[in-house]
Write a protein that binds this ligand. Sequence first.
Ligand code: BGC
Ligand code: BGC
Length: 821
Amino acid sequence: MKSKLFQISFFIFTLIFHFSIVANENIGLENEIDVYLSKMSLEEKVGQLFMVEISYISPEEVREYKIGAILNGGGSFPYGKIDHTSQDWINLADEFYIASSETINGTKSMPVIWGTDAVHGHNNLKGATIFPHNIGLGATRNVELIEKIGVITAKEVAATGLDLTFSPAVSVPRDDRWGRTYEGFSEDPELVAVLGRSLVLGLQGKPKNNFLINNKVLATAKHFIGDGGTLNGVDKGNTVLSELDLKELHLPGYISAVEAGVQVVMASFNSWNGLKLHGNKYLLTNLLKDELNFDGIVLGDWNGHQEVTGCRVDSCPQAINAGLDMFMITESWKSLLKNTIYQAKEGVITKERLDDAVRRVLRVKLRFNILKKGKPSNRVAASDIRRIGSKEHRDIARLAVQQSLVLLKNNKNTLPLNPSKHILVVGNAAKTISRSTGGWSFTWQGSNTENSDFPGATSIYEGIVQKVIAQKGIVEFSKKGRYKTRPDVAILVIGEEPYAEYQGSVNDLFFEESDFNFLETASKFKEEGIPVVTIFLSGRPMWINRELNRSDAFIAAWLPGSEGGGIADVLFTDSTKKDQINFKGKLSFSWPSEANQTSINIGDKEYLPLFPYGYGLDYKDLMQVGLFPEEINQVTDSKLGKVLLEGWPRPGTEVMVSSLSGKSILNTKRVATPKQEVTLEVFDNKIQEDSQRIYFKPGHESRWTLHSLDPISWVKEEEASGVLTFQIKVLEADQKDPLIFFSSCGESCGVSLSLDSYLKKIPHNKWITAGIPLNCMKKNGLDLSKLLIPVGFKTKGNWSIELGKIYLEGGMGGKSIYPCP
Ligand code: BGC
Ligand code: BGC
């Protein structure tokens, strides 16, 4: 009895004691911030709200302008050195730290924090361990493993002196055409919430345990909110949902990340029902800060504030007033700083809002103990530098690869393979590391890299060689499927080329291997009785019925990262090991049965996937997968992606040149107006007759026009953020007379936009992809519902241009966007 009472009172005592410590800690922290705030000038305060990209700012400028944070964008390296070492990172981190931690009025000023996109390992760093992208981790469903990945990523980032990662993405991709599908764990919000939480705990440590201690980094939940829910999967597009649906689908990841203690939330580029998130007070302040009690930093995305109505890249009090606490900014940071200081002085940004934003920044920095941690090279975490890319770290990545593989088909027990046989490996993708690492790997797009940019990595091919050689088998490699000795089995590695963000957005989920003719090769093997095992590398599920039909076994391997050896581990038997490593991966995205089935998700009323959410075979399954229909159904309901012109006009349209002397319709390879004021020829650029060369002679106004025989409408395309896109090369630009783009909807109905300064600024004699947003054409008076001349060019000057493909595309694409007047 006595002891019970004692126990209870002891328990209550501990409870009170515990709460008072937590409360004291909080009071202590807030008091400390108060002291800072009371000593800071307005300029110093505003400076804390800036995160500037390192290619645009020096440590000296950080000191001078009292900047609060820096980042390196994708593929941006310390001192611009592609060939960098970890030491370069830490040296530059030291420089920034020292420059920003001066003693002002007796108090140490608050050093910068450095943020980076360590989204699947410290992926900008040469030699880092690169884990599978989140889409693959989603297939593992393994919370402990993902937490470990967070722990290792934090170690490698902290070892190079950086403080913050822009990860995890808790995006819920609902339309797999989106170029960022692979950054999300799943189409299911609950799974995203569970896995996002694990990654946060791994990166930052556990609250009240090892929270933000030495080898931990600050984490970011992104992109708040609805980035994966945009119409047509358009990157930076519009998410049209009721508040209830928005919260049900896209909020769970933030609830769990905030509960796990995430210190930063990044605002998204997208809009919710037409309103850009960076300016959305209801969502940033009322929902995230007030309702969810998030007390950390709301960070902007890459110049994302400029897309808010009324904002410019260098002026956007609207974003701060909506609840943004820190701008992410590139070249225009100086004028943004000047304008923001002015706006804070004038009260356009209130003192309360400014102080609240600064308080949040200081709170995060103090929690991170940035002052006590000291200069990066002196930190305990720096001793982990030799562990970057270590075997211990890579073994975890390899385990993640093994567990992320989803076995879609394994007829007649084709797998596991006997390694003592003659194995043919087909396809460059097997040897090219970047095909496994995808976007956000060394460079932003993940393309334009060499295998040597990933020292320590193992390609899929090397992984197979290691397994097979060790067990006395033979491996033959072929780019396109030819072999010297008849193999016992062929492993074909195919998939998407690397991409990131909008550059990865597509119009439908149609897949075709671009490196070699897969269908022909696989069919040939089938005829010869050689079993075909296909490894599919992709950032999204895609329409692969034809490939499946020609394979005996088929594996969705996602974007596995630097440890390609994990694939051979599961594919082959291994006589040196007691147990066969089995397939564990289960689909975290529904697999489409048609190329135009672009947004099929678990829970849909009409749910007819090829493979449902959660599907994934293993070696115990005996299931035989039958043949699937091969009819190609691509997206047809929208003209997005539809080519309007490629050398020759499409059916229903014609191209004409006209001037004072008359007009000519393009019907042979070379046409001109009667007096040769405009001449036009179709020529071979990349393929046969895929481009036009147009010469405008100075004098009267001459025109080049693309006519539609029936009026066409681009209203839907405009709503889907469509951009009129054209490949253009300027050979000669007139110094005086502009080249004018126009589009016409009938007599005195249309828009004219001078392309003059725009085309003069872009490099000449070089193909570029230019884009005019349809909403820019609409804003300038075009009625998009009844276009007769969708595209025209006119000038009185001396211009020579070449035109390649002209097409409509969603989002801002990888193009140079015309600055809309
Ligand atoms: C992306 C973010 C990324 C940031 C910094 C943006 O374009 O949307 O996900 O964290 O760039 O590189
Ligand atoms: C940067 C990325 C960034 C992107 C935004 C790139 O130049 O390297 O980090 O996300 O621009 O558009």
